[in-house]
Design a protein around this ligand. Structure first.
Ligand code: ATP
Length: 362
């Protein structure tokens, strides 16, 4: 997927902008507060239907306006043109559009726009809670396996129901609850198998990139399923039934899963410097991009916000080189051109300058 045209209206400080990005590298320059991150955030909305900076969609709508919109004309891998749009209003409703057809089903839109992001907060992937790492894995599965979204929704539904039964002090072993227990178990096991399989495919690719980004270390990735290693989930649920009943929620299952990154056998967060953590994230994202390309025959869009503040010049270059080699459409924001001196070598690029919310090609 490549974005040919992006058009935004009333998005943060940008009243209106129209740009035709490069299919390869697009550089967005401007001083602090000019609107660079906003531009990248608008593309993120097409891939996720939300912001990476706030949970409040109303903060994103330009002050004094009723709604923002982002439209993009794209080319998919079959060279078909797709016209995609996303609008969000102050009353918290949204509309997606795909080739003029309106829909309120976000997954229809976001499944078409595989977007990844690297920002100053990306180290949260390693330092943050397990939910960050599950989200990373689930992004890959969502874009690779058509039935993953449905499975994930069903699992959440049965988990919610199980937790409600636990809160009501219901006896989960009672015959009338066995159906729900079985529904939960089936979805939980299926989800867990998919994640485990995905991480086992990702691991060798990650190890390959880690030899570049973390050359001096031996890295390993392990999937923790969310319950004891030597027990089945069914056994673990029975074992924890009394405890779960007391606390009112389920403590075993894929909603407790994690992906553990070890460096020389030690948890990454205990050994790596801030800069090295960023490089580990870069290696994970490169691996995710390569696996996505291999499994889907599609190409993704990569947003690098404030990359100058994040990585050394040589690692920045390696990261962008690697993404472009995989035919990824890359958007990079930077305050100073000096942060991106190496971009001179790329022939296929476009540069945009943002000033007080106005976007101009350079
Ligand atoms: N809802 C909004 N309406 C109008 N302006 C907004 C809104 N939300 C944020 N802004 C303003 O938009 C401007 C652009 O913010 P943005 O984060 O995109 O800047 P930036 O160029 O990425 O800056 P930096 O280099 O400092 O990260 C800021 O001045 C911000 O105060």
């Amino acid at each position: 997927m490549k974005l040919d045209k992006v058009q935004l209206t009333n998005f943060r400080n940008i009243s209106s902008a129209n740009l035709s990005p490069s299919p390869a590298l697009t550089i967005i320059r401007g001083v602090n507060g000019s609107g660079k991150s906003s531009l990248v955030e608008s593309i993120f909305y097409l891939g996720f239907g939300r912001s990476f900076r706030t949970n409040k969609h109303t903060s994103v709508i330009k002050t004094g306006e009723e709604e923002f919109s982002v439209f993009a004309s794209c080319k998919n891998e079959e060279s078909e043109t797709l016209n995609l749009g996303f609008q969000r209003r102050r009353n918290d409703t949204f509309t997606c559009s795909i080739n003029g057809e309106h829909s309120n089903k976000l997954s229809d839109l976001v499944s078409l726009v595989p977007v990844q992001l690297f920002t100053p907060q990306s180290t949260d992937l390693i330092l943050g809670s397990p939910s960050e790492r599950r989200r990373f894995c689930d992004w890959g599965l969502f874009h690779v396996e058509h039935d993953f979204q449905m499975l994930s929704v069903q699992f959440s539904k049965f988990l919610k129901h199980r937790n409600a039964l636990l809160k009501q002090q219901s006896d989960l072993s009672a015959p009338q609850n066995q159906y729900w227990e079985q529904c939960f178990l089936e979805r939980a096991e299926a989800l867990s198998i998919k994640r485990e399989d995905y991480i086992s495919k990702l691991t060798p690719i990650f190890e390959k990139y880690a030899t570049t980004f973390l050359a001096e270390y031996k890295v390993s990735l392990n999937y923790y399923k969310g319950w004891e290693k030597d027990a089945s989930l069914a056994e673990s649920l029975v074992k924890k039934r009394e405890y779960d009943g007391k606390i009112g929620h389920t403590t075993s299952g894929p909603h407790k899963a994690d992906i553990r990154l070890k460096i020389n056998g030690v948890n990454a967060q205990e050994l790596l410097s801030r800069g090295q953590l960023r490089m580990a994230v870069a290696a994970l994202q490169m691996a995710q991009t390569e696996l996505f390309n291999t499994l889907t025959n599609r190409k993704s869009i990569f947003l690098l916000d404030d990359v100058g503040a994040e990585l050394d010049a040589d690692k920045r270059e390696l990261f962008i080189d690697g993404l472009l080699d995989m035919d990824t459409q890359v958007f990079v924001t930077a305050i100073e051109s000096s942060q991106l001196e190496f971009i001179q070598k790329y022939n296929e690029k476009k540069m945009f300058h943002v000033e007080h919310g106005s976007v101009k090609e350079e």
